[in-house]
Design a protein around this ligand. Sequence first.
Ligand code: NI
Length: 173
Amino acid sequence: MSSAEPLTILCYPDPRLHTVARPVAQIDDRIRALIPRMLSTMYEANGIGLAATQVDVHERLIVIDVSEGRNQPMVLINPEIEWASPEKRKGEEGCLSVPGIYDGVERSLAVRVRAQDGEGKSRVIEADGMLAVCIQHEMDHLMGKVFVEYLSPLKRNRIKGKLVKAQREAMRA
Ligand code: NI
């Protein structure tokens, strides 16, 4: 896929995951170098999406690949939701920043999003199914929101405790 050097993914409850991203001002060499590194980070971790927030870059940039063959990367720069279906459905979600945790989140079934691609061209994406869920999940990251924040405080605290313990153990190992 991409041979670019992967980046470190921030893990919940890292407070940096709650940073609100600013717009990408210019698709310059720095952004052009970041895109392949975000893609290789996502592919290496077997994820279907990654927001720049998760690699501690607080700008509105997302990479996604929901394809079966893992060969249809999408780059969304400065994405804005133009429309979200009022029909919602609860589905199981996970997150590379919340390893090993899966739980139900209610999302719009379909969305229409305007974003720039990696070359700066403005595009409109009509998404449903897994792509619609993924776009909403990743755009939440750009607002500093992690999916576990949709869960009950009890569940969220349990997840927090579990991950803090796992991270402590990983550090000791
Ligand atoms: Ni995520």
